[in-house]
Design a protein around this ligand. Structure first.
Ligand SMILES: [Zn+2]
Length: 450
């Protein structure tokens, strides 16, 4: 049996009011969770983050910097090391693939303050967001519906200013949670923009701020923000990535309902940017506008232009013959009768590595009922792959393809991760088989008769 609980009532007992302790704001308003267990887990996790927040503050006070690993807080600043483990973490702080994990103690939390990274990037971000951005995150909570189906992964965040709030993976899209209310969020993002008005790394602030203005019914402010952005954007700069400035503008126009103006801009770009390697994103954006406006046929045409891999769904996957890293021949045909994941990845690809524990779990659960994985590694240097496999023992076969792998071309791989899932007859199920969707797709595909 599952039932919903409004979390606010459960959590209130945790709020700290000691005078010397850092002030903790717990904000779960409007969140509901499907099970009582999950609410309990969140309560414990919030308590853990509260303790970690206090310890980090004390550490920073003494060292004028943050520790490289959370375990360095123990024992001086954090007496109880169990606080570093979230009860919702199935691996209890010891991931099945020990990559970039805390070397000293089991730790469930995402934390990335190694001195170089903090000095180079995070300190800057911290200044821009005025301490409202997260320093420690728990990735082990989930938003499920009443049938316990996973809707999305939720993160419990501890901010630099010791606020604890829930968000989806992209915390930048949750300014109201970050700052604790819509007016505070507007003020927060306005001052953030004053600090970095022309830095393309922070153009997301424009997109989010205009959403806040629309929500607060501040139409005039939304209009002036668009004018403001038009005056500072530099899409014709040498740097080809600056082309993406248009995306911010298109997004802003759409948020205020100016779909026609956005469409005209995109159609102009379709003509002028014929040689731009990122032009597929123009097609995708045009497709989405057509879809929203009910032009299904045009939407489909543009979706196909944006991503030709769509055509391959349901069709036979291209066969290949290669040599795996142990020197044995391997081809897709060998896997006929099995559901197989062809996983293009590299050791330098953060999201690929982040997904590995999930692939390993699905592999362990379904390997005896007809599921297998083939890794296609796209590192520049094969030695990096072998180094990685020494630390993380992946039980499936690997092909070293390198950057110019013919397999990359065959499967139209433009970026990684690129996980292709094939059914027992070798037909493509998906080229985006990741996260919770991977398990669901594999579970269904192994049941089908070949
Ligand atoms: Zn947690």
């Amino acid at each position: 049996m599952t039932f919903s609980l409004l979390f606010t009532s459960v959590i209130s007992a945790v709020t700290e009011t000691e005078t010397d302790a850092p002030k903790i704001r717990l904000d779960f308003e409007g969140e509901s969770f499907s099970t009582e267990q999950e609410s309990k887990n969140l309560k414990t996790c919030s308590h853990n983050l509260t303790e970690i927040g206090k310890a980090l503050q004390a550490y920073e006070k003494e060292h004028d910097d943050f520790p490289e690993w959370l375990s360095e807080l123990h024992p001086k600043f954090l007496t109880n090391p169990n606080v570093l483990v979230c009860p919702a973490d199935e691996d209890q702080g010891v991931p099945i693939l020990p990559y970039d994990t805390d070397p000293n103690l089991p730790v469930s939390y995402n934390y990335d303050c190694d001195p170089e990274y903090y000095q180079r990037w995070m300190r800057n971000e911290r200044n821009v967001y005025a301490d409202a951005n997260p320093i420690v995150r728990c990735p082990h909570h989930a938003n499920r519906d009443s049938d316990s189906t996973l809707l999305s992964n939720l993160y419990l965040n501890l901010s630099f200013s010791n606020t604890i709030y829930l968000s989806e993976a992209d915390w930048k899209k949750h300014p109201i949670k970050m700052y604790g209310g819509i007016e505070a969020a507007i003020a927060g993002y306005e001052s953030a923009l004053q600090r970095v008005p022309e830095d393309p790394n922070f153009f997301n602030l424009y997109s989010e701020l205009i959403r806040l203005y629309v929500r607060a019914e501040r139409g005039n402010d939304a209009e002036s923000l668009i004018d403001n952005f038009k005056s500072i954007m530099k899409p014709h700069d040498e740097d080809i990535m600056r082309f993406r400035d248009y995306w911010t503008l298109v997004d802003m126009l759409r948020v205020v309902g100016k779909h026609q103006e956005a469409l005209q801009l995109l159609q102009h770009l379709e003509k002028t940017e014929q040689k731009n390697p990122f032009r597929t994103s123009i097609f995708r954006e045009i497709a989405m506008i057509h879809e929203e406006q009910g032009n299904a046929k045009l939407a489909k045409t543009y979706f196909l232009k944006a991503d030709s891999r769509l055509e391959m769904i349901g069709k036979s996957a291209p066969n290949f013959s290669a040599i795996d890293i142990d020197g044995s021949p391997i081809s897709l045909k060998d896997y006929h009768g099995k559901v197989v994941l062809l996983d293009f990845w590299a050791t330098t690809c953060g999201p690929c590595i982040g997904e590995m524990p999930n692939v390993k779990k699905v592999y362990d659960a379904y390997k005896d009922v007809g599921f297998d994985v083939i890794g296609v590694n796209l590192d520049t240097d094969e030695a990096d792959l072998h180094e990685f496999l020494k630390v993380c023992d992946l039980p499936w076969r690997q092909i070293f393809g390198g950057q110019d792998s013919p397999l990359k071309k065959l499967y139209r791989v433009r970026g990684i991760p690129s996980p292709w899932l094939m059914d027992k007859e070798g037909k493509v199920i998906s080229y985006q088989a990741r996260g919770a969707a991977l398990k669901k797709m594999v579970a269904e595909a192994v049941k089908e008769k070949s």
